[in-house]
Design a binder for this molecule. Structure first.
Ligand SMILES: [Zn+2]
Length: 157
């Protein structure tokens, strides 16, 4: 498994530095039932390993095809819509992503977790990862690939 160096609050969607920082080699280790407090809303949230794997798979699918950087606005709008919907299902996730005009919409939708609650957290995680990368990129040096390599660097790649 891969353990992320930053985690997303399941209550407000804010990006937090993970309370657990992994260094060096680790394998066959079970990390379960871990919680940390959110920097923004103060609530305790679970560190949901399954959602990180699927959020990471989504960013890998997004990084597979170069898009104009302007496409990010449509993508983040679609993710916002998914994270705010009452009970997103596979169909609504796929339609929202397809409506954003993204070539890899279907591949990204396929990485979403099963339950509606996890789909919302998944979309919020992607949204937070994209805003994090956007803010940490030097101005004027923006490209689709740079944005996603920044995210993968933060995932601990
Ligand atoms: Zn929070």
């Amino acid at each position: 498994m891969e353990f992320p160096n930053f985690v997303i609050c399941g209550h407000c969607g804010t990006l937090n530095r993970s309370a657990i920082q992994m260094r060096g080699n680790y394998g066959n280790m079970l990390i379960a039932d871990n919680f940390q407090g959110c920097n923004a809303c103060g609530k305790m949230f679970a560190l949901p390993a399954g959602i990180f794997s699927s959020a990471k798979a989504a960013t890998l699918a997004l990084a597979a095809v170069e898009n104009p950087i302007e496409q990010i606005a449509a993508l983040t709008a679609a993710l916002k819509k998914i994270s705010e919907s009452e009970a997103p299902n596979s169909q609504s996730v796929q339609s929202a992503l397809q409506a954003s005009g993204l070539i890899q919409a279907e591949a990204v939708a396929a990485t979403a977790p099963v339950s509606p609650r996890d789909k919302r957290i998944w979309a919020a995680s992607l949204l937070a990862a994209i805003s994090y990368a956007w803010e940490s990129l030097p101005a004027g040096a923006l490209s689709w690939m740079e944005l996603f390599s920044k995210i993968h660097e933060a995932w601990g790649q």
